[in-house]
Ligand binder design. Structure first.
Ligand code: DSN
Length: 439
């Protein structure tokens, strides 16, 4: 029989994930049960609308699945309302903004360069920054959220919506303090906990639910479910605005989306049940222990971390000691050596998101595979060796020469014997850890 090229590529991707070590803090490996429903017949059904109010016939079973997903999420977080239909985090943040703001209204969010997300109001390139008046806050000298600045900006600009959330901020978010400031100006508060949901559930990160009106989370990061998102309306949010749940639901559908991805909805229901188990709590605690061990070991190897460490699952290596804009070379060389992460800007980035000066790392995936502190120390040693191997490969000062330099660097690094020797060691260790171990 003729080989199906896509099946072959999927097998190759599975093998790549098994053979390598994944340190991208926003990725994770799903359980076999979540995986099974994602490739089920649920994908073949249109279900525009909400349970009991669909625009297509034949949704009796889809209704049961979506209701179960919603009930489990509501129970898990102790909230009165949940919408599990957003396709992913960016559409979900857009839906919250569409629900709560009118065109041109003011909102505040953590700047991308300080570890926030594009959809938290990044000017120019995003819906959030172009259709609303966006005010961005940042970090203090210790790389922590600058609450004095948050308050000053809030009082000055009187935002209608204030967002607290992160993609590359390694420290705990103080939802209570944020709420107190929002109260002074009467703003709605949205917590985007996409990165830390699993830690919140495990009791390893403050819970935003008592302090914010709306919580948004993707479902594929530390929550360890399918690629999707959920929007939760809290009791505090409903008290403040009794129409809030309705506004959110209408913003998701019909304002911004069409038919929900039912297979994803089923995956969210399964991931929610998994997240209710004691094993998931142990998982969240081990993510943190691994992050502390990795951070300490990297520092022992002489690498500098933004803000001197981590309080969550993620950390940022600040490579400016070696040279500005060195993140791309290190991330690429790590990939050759079998460890994949992403290059990232650091606070007060001297270069650009394309040529940033940092690398972002996180422990959710390696923890799902069952790795512990011992393996974190080994991974840190490998990363330090990689940095040492490529430390002279600095970006040319002349911008016109950079693209060619990167092409040449990539070609050379892909064949670098020292990097490939590390890869062999990585593969040996990775082969001992299946992708999903938390059964
Ligand atoms: N792309 C995600 C991350 O990597 O953090 C955020 O959307």
């Amino acid at each position: 029989m003729k080989k199906n090229i896509i099946f072959e590529l999927v097998k190759k991707e599975e093998a790549r994930q098994r053979q390598m070590i994944g340190l991208i803090p926003s990725e994770n490996h799903i359980s076999p049960e979540v995986s099974a429903v994602l490739s089920s017949s649920l994908s073949s059904k249109y279900a525009e609308g909400y349970p009991g109010r669909r625009y297509y016939e034949g949704n009796q079973i889809i209704d049961e699945i979506e209701n179960l997903a919603k009930e489990r999420i509501k129970k898990l977080f102790g909230v009165p309302h949940a919408n599990v239909q957003p396709y992913s985090g960016s559409p979900a943040n857009s839906a919250v903004q569409f629900a709560l703001l009118e065109l041109g209204d003011t909102m505040m969010g953590l700047a991308l360069a300080s570890g926030g997300h594009l959809t938290h109001g990044h000017p120019k390139v995003t819906f959030s920054g172009r259709y609303f008046r966006s005010v961005q806050y940042g970090l203090d000298d210790r790389a922590r959220i600058d609450f004095d600045q948050v308050r000053e900006l809030a009082l000055k600009h009187q935002p209608k919506l204030m967002i607290i959330g992160n993609t590359a901020y390694p420290f705990l978010m103080d939802f209570k303090k944020f709420r107190e400031i929002a109260e002074e100006v009467g703003a709605y508060v949205l917590a985007d906990i996409s990165h830390v949901t699993g830690l919140v559930i495990a009791g390893e990160h403050p819970n935003p639910v008592p302090y914010v009106d709306v919580v948004m989370s993707t479902t594929h990061k530390t929550f360890r479910g399918p690629r999707g998102a959920m929007i939760l309306v809290t009791a505090a949010g409903l008290k403040r605005d009794p129409e809030l749940s309705d506004k959110i639901d209408k913003a998701v559908f019909p304002a911004l989306q069409g038919g929900p991805h039912n297979a994803t909805t089923a995956g969210i229901a399964i991931a929610a049940a998994e997240a209710m188990t004691p094993a998931f709590k142990r998982y969240g605690k081990q993510i943190r222990r691994n992050a502390d061990a990795l951070a300490a070991a990297l520092q022992k190897q002489g690498l500098k971390l933004v803000g001197d460490g981590t309080e969550t699952h993620l950390m940022l290596i600040d490579l400016t000691n070696y040279g500005q804009g060195f993140g791309l070379q290190v991330a690429f060389a790590m990939d050759v050596a079998g460890i994949y992460a992403n290059r990232n800007t650091i606070p007060h980035e001297p270069m650009s998101p394309f040529y940033p000066s940092g690398v972002r790392l996180g422990t959710p995936m390696v923890t799902t595979r069952g790795m512990k502190e011992k393996e974190m120390r080994q991974i840190a040693a490998w990363i330090a060796r990689v940095v040492e191997i490529v430390k002279d490969e600095q970006l040319p000062a002349d911008k016109k020469l950079r693209q060619q330099f990167i092409r040449d660097f990539r070609a050379k690094a892909s064949k670098n014997k020292q990097l490939l020797a590390i890869r062999k060691e990585v593969e040996k260790m990775a082969s001992k850890f299946p992708l999903f171990t938390w059964k």
